[in-house]
Design a protein around this ligand. Sequence first.
Ligand code: CA
Length: 237
Amino acid sequence: MKTNEKKKILIVEDEKNIAELLAVNLMLAGYAYEVAYDGEDGLNKALGGEFDLILLDIMLPKMNGFEVCTRIRRRLSTPIIMVTAREEEKDKILGLDTGADDYVTKPYSFNELLARIKSNIRRSAGELIAAAPEEEENHTLSVRGLVIDTARYAVELNGEPIELTKKEYDLLCFLVSNLGRPYSREELLEQVWGYEGFYGDIRTVDVTVSRLRAKIEADTSRPEYLFNKRGVGYYIK
Ligand code: CA
């Protein structure tokens, strides 16, 4: 990934005023962008273009944002920030496994959105590839039957491959790299999501943890890998 190249953002938003305002602000902040005004067009553009991040509204004509997100995730790991109209809507989304990396509630300040865009792009797969260790180094992290191949972003559980979203993968790698040390939700937001202080919502951590557990634990009520030390935080042992 060339660092001097402008990062390209896909804006999927049916309200023309909002889309235009976003586009202008992104341009001023040094980003390239494309706009899609409905879900179908958004999906086609997302699958056809090479975007560094997708801003996805939920209430969209032709296909809603949940559907668009789920379909993009079948093919691409591009970071997706979902834009919700209300807090209550956000609660609903947090319960759905659409594969989005982040959520922003309207009305948001552009600075807040920009902080999230930056941190999600920074943590996207492309950057990880660039930072991956040299060929001869060991690319494997493991805890018993759980094996992470950091060169291929592949995770196996007892020899069976498991599919993780970007954030589930990042969280798993972080906790496995710091075995036994519990991290609070605030610390995880900072370390794994890259948020400073108030930009993050700690429920995002809980939701990601519970999805990760559902994928790596045989019985989520009796975890063997991912534990929660009450009042302290999450850890893997
Ligand atoms: Ca809308």
